[in-house]
Design a protein around this ligand. Structure first.
Ligand SMILES: [Zn+2]
Length: 281
């Protein structure tokens, strides 16, 4: 178990940690010393050989008194993507992590996708005899409404392989605003990275945690909230959402769990002038 927040168990469901792209590609307006800042924050996060930044790909399992909730379903197997390390991948690590948390696919009540990018929806479906079928047959899949509109209009392999089959099986529903999942879990709209992006807040017995999704990709964005991510749909809106999220977690004393933060991906934030400090847990 990663941590416990009041009555809620939070488990890390790790799929991979791959060197992906050079820091200057991932963060187009990075500072000249940005790579050093990243390496200082997380020694070893930049591959010495390739110069590429490694990002963990992970989801989180929430076991609340009400529900078993999977937040984000990573890349998945056999998926079509332009990221070479992820294309048509075959790995058992994600499902093994889920099993290690004591959970089988049919135990999941909700699959909550923070947004509909390739590395957050993959295990929504799996390939069975050449046909994409829902992995979590007894779950309701909660999808941000604005992302369904945006990525549905765009189409493409991720939507076709990982979202449409869930819709066809009648398992999906769209959500918007500060949607509540049971007593302890609430969505925090944080648009910009994608139009419908949400973070996931857990509040139980006075304890608070927040799963960032892709509102941030690295802890260095606490000190540098203005760093864009290359695939932000609306970079200016993403910066505004990032700042308001960090203000919220700094005020609330949340345990912050970064979906792509270097492991162990957990800490707290505090206001420091016009930016924020990251305090590892
Ligand atoms: Zn994303």
């Amino acid at each position: 178990m990663l941590t416990r927040i009041g009555d809620v168990e939070i488990w890390r469901i790790l799929e991979s940690v791959d060197p992906l792209y050079e820091p200057g590609f991932i963060f187009p307006n990075i500072d000249p010393d940005g790579a050093e800042l990243l390496e200082r924050a997380a020694p070893g996060c930049i591959c010495a050989k390739s110069g590429k930044l490694s990002l963990p790909i992970q989801g989180f399992l929430l076991r609340t008194p009400d529900h078993t909730i999977l937040v984000d379903s990573c890349v998945g197997n056999h998926k079509t993507t332009r990221v070479p390390a992820w294309n048509k991948r075959e790995t058992g690590r994600f499902m093994a992590s889920l099993a290690a948390a004591g959970v089988g696919p049919d135990d999941i009540d909700y699959v909550m996708c923070t947004h509909l990018h390739v590395d957050h929806v993959g295990w929504n479906t799996r390939l069975e005899n050449g046909v994409w079928v829902p992995t979590f047959r007894k779950a309701r899949y909660l999808l941000p409404e604005a992302d369904v509109e945006f990525f549905g209009a765009e189409g493409g392999p991720t939507y076709t392989e990982s979202v449409l089959p869930v819709n066809a099986a009648g398992l999906s529903e769209t959500v918007s605003g500060a949607h509540q999942i049971g007593e302890a879990v609430r969505l925090v709209p944080t648009p910009g990275h994608s139009p419908g992006h949400v973070a996931v807040e857990i509040i139980s017995r006075g304890d608070r945690a927040l799963i960032t999704g892709d509102a941030l990709h690295t802890t260095v964005q606490c000190a540098r909230p203005e760093w864009h991510f290359v695939y932000d749909a609306d970079p200016v809106q993403a910066v505004a959402s990032r700042r308001s999220l960090l203000e919220h977690t700094s005020e609330g004393g949340h345990l912050v769990i970064g979906s792509h933060f270097w492991l162990p991906s957990v800490g707290r934030t505090q206001v420091n002038g016009s930016a924020f400090d990251w305090v590892p847990h």
